[in-house]
Design a protein around this ligand. Sequence first.
Ligand SMILES: Cc1ncc(CN)c(N)n1
Length: 218
Amino acid sequence: MSIFQQLVQHSQPHWTQYIQHDFVQGIATGTLPKAAFQHYLKQDYRYLFQYSRALSLGIFKADNFAQMAQANEAISILLKEINVHLQFCQQWGIAESEVFATEESFACIAYTRYVLDCGINGGLAELYAALLPCAAGYAEIGRWIKNSGISAENNPYQAWIDAYAADDFQAGVQKMIYLFESVCCQLNEKQLQNLQTIFTTATKMEIAFWQMGLDLTL
Ligand SMILES: Cc1ncc(CN)c(N)n1
């Protein structure tokens, strides 16, 4: 079993609660209230800004050009993700400046600053352990919704589902997992335990992020 697979397994039951959250079920069936999705989307725009800063640490901390190129590719994929958010906002007549001026929720602040802290104080393994629940979780959600056939016709969130089920997103996440595995191979037991703590904490923060969307909280 790969280190990534072990992290997922040992983060249970939180991982499944994250992937199968009521917010995700609502997106999948198209029944999520629009207000919840809008609240989430604005917060997620703020989240992705901080997340790209964390990904940039992957360039700063890289040991070679190949690792730099991979972090750079992950940032390009993230820029596409932001466009999906902005297209939704455009359709509702919400300007990017308004989204950027949205007050950050506690859930957003706690999660993003935690990831940045892991990246600033740790090495590449700690950084990617904090980044992976985000990337790999949404890839799993995208695959699950697509393969389950649960999405209703005229689902208002179909563009969101398609973005995370898309081949380029899925391939980008696979590359991040390979990079993570390669930087973990020399780690001792204590360091691996620390990665588990980071991964599980970030997974729980994903759950809190969905809940913030459902509850419309700041
Ligand atoms: C909170 C959160 N987690 C993950 C993703 C997928 N990059 C996202 N857009 N937002």
